[in-house]
Ligand binder design. Structure first.
Ligand code: BES
Ligand code: ZN
Length: 400
């Protein structure tokens, strides 16, 4: 406590002399929790830390590269985490992190999530079991419902069908459960499969189960939604299948959520994200799978949507692709608006990412019509399989 007071009282002084601190090496921007900063300054030396500003529980600090090894070591020993601070590529990037950090105090993202990659053997052995044909089969079954419109009996049947399918996959595991999450604004429920971990901290994989097409009488319109978004639900299902097949027992609690009523304004995911936030749930990370099986003409495989998502977690996903998905090319792109359920989580302050199937300008033109069938994706799910592998890597690496 004393050290904290000293550090904070020195803050204006540090700001004043920030440019005067002579430092030979290169300088980096980091964001760091205030508690850890105080102790680090004390132990490593005030002169290495140039505190730019503090927001909420976090501070934006310019640090000399010479001090980084000492800081990493300290974080590891004292705070039992790898990193413990986040190193940014630019001042803008750091500012964005800081702004997001302010929104919800109980979210533990950024400084508090371990984004190191250290389960390579486990991840590699699980992702080799991902089967495109399993994903393809699930897409075909979901697309067989006349539609999955949130207000139609078909849409409600589809939700129950997903719940039964997941229940069957998990039937031998007493540490799992499948529940329906009912919504006041949607007769279609969301479906949640939980794999209970040692801790209550959550990792969430989600995608919407509803589909939409036509302008009137949507409850009777043909809306296969094979790409949008049977592909995402089938991708999640494959992740569940391979994790359970390998008897994966998580540290954190893993939730797979098939959201209701996304197509009519993110109804399901907004309800659920708000519920988790109101209950002060701790969420390490959220991954959205919405449209995973249309590759487009580009040589590109995966596009990380950079708006309404968490920049730090996106970088982590980029690292996962490079590490685990051989020959898979990725880039950033923007949706331009709150285009899917990830934004519901971002809105309440949880770190969410959205890996998407193609560049936006190269996107599947058949969505929201009766022509959204798997034929448009050559009748297979080879593209979606990459997303299943990425999601497995995301779960396992974030978990430990
Ligand atoms: N899957 C789409 C979102 C999408 C489409 C993302 C194309 C990237 C490229 C989603 O189901 C959808 O249609 N969203 C609506 C908005 C939503 C808030 C109703 C949309 O994009 O119009
Ligand atoms: Zn969609």
């Amino acid at each position: 406590m004393q050290a904290r007071k000293v550090a904070l009282s020195l803050l204006p002084l540090l700001l004043l002399f920030s440019t005067a601190i002579g430092s030979p090496g290169q300088e980096f921007w980091i964001t760091i929790g205030k508690e850890t900063l105080d102790s680090s300054m004390k132990q490593i030396g005030l002169a290495h830390f140039n505190v730019e500003k503090a927001v909420g529980d976090a501070a934006l600090v310019k640090i000399n590269e010479e001090a980084l090894p000492a800081l990493s070591k300290l974080m590891h020993h004292e705070f039992k985490r790898c990193g413990g601070y986040f190193r940014h590529n630019s001042y803008e990037d750091a500012l964005e992190t800081l702004a997001l950090n302010r929104s919800v105090p109980h979210t533990i993202n950024k400084e508090f999530v371990d984004y190191s990659i250290n389960s390579q053997l486990l991840v590699k052995s699980i992702i080799q079991n991902v089967r495109a044909v399993s994903i393809e089969g699930m897409i075909r079954q979901l697309a067989n419902f006349k539609n999955r419109y949130y207000k139609s009996k078909h849409g409600i049947n589809a939700a129950n069908w997903v719940a039964d399918f997941w229940r069957n996959l998990a039937k031998e595991r007493s540490d799992t459960k499948v529940e329906l999450f009912e919504h006041s604004q949607s007769p279609q429920p969301s479906v949640i499969l939980t794999i209970k971990g040692r801790s209550d901290e959550l990792i969430i994989i989600g995608g919407h189960l509803d589909s939409i097409a036509g302008w009137w009488n949507r409850s009777n319109a043909k809306s296969p939604g094979a790409d949008d978004n049977a592909s995402g639900i089938a991708t999640m299902t494959e992740v569940i299948r391979v994790l359970l097949q390998r008897d994966f027992v998580p540290e954190k609690t893993i939730k797979f959520i098939a959201y209701a009523a996304e197509e009519v304004g993110l109804i399901g995911s907004q309800d659920i994200a708000r519920f988790y936030s109101d209950n002060s749930e701790v969420v390490a990370g959220v991954l959205q799978l919405d449209m995973t099986n249309y590759k487009g003409s580009d040589s590109l495989d995966i596009v990380l949507i950079s708006d309404y998502t968490n920049a730090i977690q996106n970088e982590f996903l980029g690292k996962l692709i490079t590490t685990y998905l051989d020959g898979v090319k990725w880039e950033y792109d923007k949706c331009g608006y709150a285009c899917s359920d990830h934004s519901s989580w971002t809105k309440v302050g949880y770190p969410a990412s959205f890996p998407f199937e193609s560049k936006k300008r190269d996107m599947n033109g058949n969505i929201h019509t009766a022509r959204d069938t798997i034929d448009v994706s050559d009748g297979n799910a080879l593209h979606a399989a990459k997303f299943a592998q990425l999601a497995v890597a995301f779960v396992v690496e974030l978990d430990r």
